[in-house]
Design a protein around this ligand. Structure first.
Ligand code: PGA
Length: 246
């Protein structure tokens, strides 16, 4: 019994537009929505679309946001931090109130406590209405690497070698790439009312096929989404390339 919806679109621009349509529709229906937001290269086009739509009137003044993850040990003003990324790509261009923006605190002295409080804060606002996700080439969602227990909540996690390698492009020296991150867990993600996962490009094709058509297994974290009652994958043709047409 798979409830997953899969929308295959032509390219990155269409993926970004369709995702922006879904966010805009939700905000029009429920201006006080709580959004879960990812970083990485995948959602940049979505954020550009949302900025454009804000300039045309889309209102974020009652919106609350929770980011999925943040590197441990990077201050908010470090150019590779996700705080910095979100500021650059979205927050400074829209009217979401500062006090409604939440990102795990990578500089927290007690990361475990910061994670516990983050989870509590999500519960305190009634959960996340719409979570946007990317996917790693190894099937990770957030920084939940293969073998992360499905029962996990926001916690301090170690990054897989493949992820460290994929992230190295953002740092001058490989030894500067963070090895750990604060990340919402699989259970935190599954608790979101609605989920939209975005993927583009051939490099994601294997992970997408395994997530949608493979077994549900902790070895491929995104496969857990097959069990979510309201999850849509928006993938471009290249990322859909390994799907079996049934
Ligand atoms: P990407 O990362 O959007 O930069 O490909 C996605 C992810 O690792 O979750």
């Amino acid at each position: 019994m798979i409830d997953l919806q899969v929308k295959v679109v032509k390219n990155y621009a269409e993926m970004s537009k369709l995702a922006a349509d879904m966010v805009a529709d939700l905000l029009k229906r429920k201006p006080t929505s709580v959004l879960g937001l990812p970083t990485g290269s995948t959602p940049i086009g979505l954020y550009e679309e949302l900025v454009k739509r804000h300039q045309e009137g889309l209102d974020f003044s009652k919106v609350t946001t929770f980011n999925l993850d943040e590197y441990q040990g990077l201050a908010a003003d470090h150019p590779a931090s996700y705080h910095y990324y979100m500021e650059e790509h979205l927050f400074r261009h829209i009217n979401v109130p500062r006090e409604k923006i939440n990102i795990p605190d990578g500089a927290a002295a007690d990361a475990i406590e910061a994670c516990r409080m983050y989870e509590e804060k999500i519960a305190g606002v009634g959960g996340i209405d719409l979570m946007i996700l990317g996917i790693g080439t190894n099937g990770h969602i957030g920084f939940n690497e293969p073998k992360t227990p499905f029962g996990s909540t926001t916690n301090l996690v170690s990054l897989a070698p493949a992820t460290i390698e994929a992230n190295a492009r953002f740092f001058e020296r490989e030894e500067d790439v963070p090895q750990r991150a604060l990340s919402m867990g699989i259970k935190s993600i599954m608790n979101c009312h609605k989920i939209v996962l975005l993927a583009n490009g051939e490099a994601k094709a294997k992970a997408i096929a395994a997530a949608i058509q493979g077994p549900v297994t902790e070895a491929l974290p995104a496969s857990v989404l097959q069990l979510h009652p309201d999850c849509t994958f928006i993938v471009d043709e290249a990322a859909a390339g390994d799907l079996d047409n049934e």
